[in-house]
Design a protein around this ligand. Structure first.
Ligand code: 5GP
Ligand code: ZN
Length: 216
């Protein structure tokens, strides 16, 4: 079954170049169809990893273990963003260039905090059977993003943060799969401009936003 495609990575981590990290709790892999410029998945090794996430994360130990690995994956995404787009913001670069070499500042500029540019979470209704947490840059620029649902699945409450777990019995997120999340308007994550259902227009706009964002 195509929906079982993520099982191989925890079963045989050393067989796949996409596996970036492996320990007793989880593997961290590259998403095969990334929806942002950097998009990783954390795959728990627990036997509970074939349960629906709402059920799986009723186990406090699993939840605690995976939060640690998600933090690790965030660090990995942040260093990749730093590698791709640089350490310093535009204004900081200008300051470094402008400063007098004979009179360096006492305090060096702080590098850009790429950890703030990362989104994480679990889809309320996953398409793949094995438990996985998305850890990705927030830009949503990638050729693999072709449909409105791809975008909205990460930009609406369909993406459930780990902090929500264990999920209360009456949490409305439990019903979200049957709600209208995938038909809501496409709204730019950065400037909030509304693109209705025009995914091609949104994508062109996201490329412009990405260009600004990476040099912020
Ligand atoms: P879901 O919608 O289930 O939360 O997301 C599943 C994710 O797995 C998607 O982002 C999709 O691109 C990714 N994916 C699907 N099949 C494979 C695969 O065989 N290998 C990898 N590395 N990622 C996959
Ligand atoms: Zn915008």
């Amino acid at each position: 079954d195509r929906r079982d495609g993520l099982g191989v990575y925890t079963a045989d981590p050393y067989a796949y170049d996409r596996v970036l990290f492996n320990n007793e709790n989880a593997v961290i892999i590259q998403d095969m169809f990334p929806k942002s410029s950097v998009h990783l998945l954390v795959l728990p090794k627990s036997k509970r990893n074939v349960l629906h996430p709402f059920k799986a994360f009723e186990d406090p130990q699993l939840l605690a273990d995976i939060k640690l690995e998600v933090e690790r994956a965030k660090q990995m995404v942040a260093s990749e963003l730093r590698r791709k787009y640089g350490q310093f913001s535009k204004s900081e670069q200008a300051r470094i260039r402008a400063r007098d070499a004979d009179d360096p500042p006492d305090v060096l500029p702080v590098g850009r905090d790429w950890m703030k540019e990362i989104i994480t979470g679990i889809h309320a209704v996953p398409s793949m059977n094995h438990l996985h947490v998305h850890v990705m840059s927030r830009d949503m620029v990638n050729d693999c993003l072709t449909r409105s649902a791809h975008y909205n699945s990460f930009q609406t409450s369909f993406l459930v943060p780990l902090e929500k777990f264990p999920l209360p019995e009456d949490d409305p997120v439990r019903q979200i799969g049957y709600g209208p999340w995938h038909t809501v308007d496409l709204v730019c994550w950065r400037c909030k401009k509304n693109f209705s259902n025009k995914v091609t227009k949104l994508k062109a706009h996201l490329v412009e936003e990405h260009d600004q964002w990476k040099r912020e």
